[in-house]
Design a protein. Structure first.
Length: 268
């Protein structure tokens, strides 16, 4: 499947800024199951490309001089190959044990530990998919219900959230059973589901009789990820995989508008 993607981020400020620095994780990952046909990032300022510790393709954006807006447009086309039951062909350079460390967003509360005990009954792909189904039942998808600072425990207590919360809760439950799991940010051809085309899901490490490696699970849709999912970044949680993050000097109050379009292109 080829996906045409356009992602625009626009910051507006009530007073001029003198300096902006943003870390951009807006370039599709280099992985065997996805091939970037073309990709570009358009913005003011200077962009320095590099790879982070998790192998994500990043840019450091710096803008100097007086400005009251920051506009970032990432767009291109990516060919995505289907996956066999979410199984990723690349195990990655890092040990899976790197992804057993809890973070502030994936820390376990007593409620999360109890939820994991009740709903994770095994370490194979089927058991992990059933955990995703349980999370969908316990945390209803509701746009705007949570913030980027909300934790797995917050979402479980609230009973609603978005894909980011589903991924954090899934990771926290896996950690409760000492199963490596990592956060994935990216895009999805959402079809008619009404879910945002900017998406988050999780990879989990499995050791089965015929496969050892990462299995990618879309928790929000309780299914394995595949050719409708474009992977931008993997990390321990949202904070370390966010598409855009940074700091500024000046600017007064800030407003943010984000627009994402993902269009499937059927190729022969």
């Amino acid at each position: 499947m080829r996906l045409a993607i356009r992602h625009e981020t626009l910051y507006r400020y009530t007073a001029p800024l003198t300096y902006t620095i943003q870390l951009l994780r807006l370039t599709p990952r280099l992985e065997p199951d996805q091939h970037t046909v073309f990709w570009q990032i358009a913005t003011a300022g200077r962009c320095h490309a590099f790879s982070d510790a998790f192998g994500n393709q990043c840019h450091m954006l710096t803008i100097t001089g007086s400005h009251d807006t920051v506009r970032i447009v990432a767009e291109g086309e990516v060919d995505i190959a289907p996956l066999d039951r979410g199984r990723l062909p690349d195990r990655g350079a890092l040990s899976p044990l790197v992804f057993t460390c809890p973070t502030r967003l994936t820390a376990r509360s007593e409620a999360v530990t109890a939820f994991a005990a009740a709903h994770l009954k095994g370490r194979d792909s089927r058991a992990l998919l059933r955990l995703a189904e349980a999370i969908c039942g316990a945390v209803a998808y509701q746009s705007g219900a949570t913030a980027v600072t909300s934790t797995a425990a917050d979402a479980l207590q609230l009973g609603c959230g978005v894909c980011q919360d589903h991924a954090h809760l899934f990771i926290a439950c896996c950690h409760a059973h000492d199963i490596p799991a990592r956060y994935v940010s990216g895009y999805i051809d959402a079809g008619t589901t009404g879910h945002a085309e900017s998406h988050a899901w999780a990879d989990v490490w499995v050791e089965e009789t015929d496969f050892t490696g990462w299995v990618s699970i879309d928790i929000t849709h309780a299914k394995f990820s595949g050719e409708l999912h474009c992977r931008l970044a993997v990390a321990r949680d949202y904070d370390s995989a966010a598409p855009v993050s940074g700091v500024r000097r000046g600017g007064g109050d800030e407003s943010l508008d984000v627009s994402v379009q993902v269009t499937p292109m059927f190729t022969q």
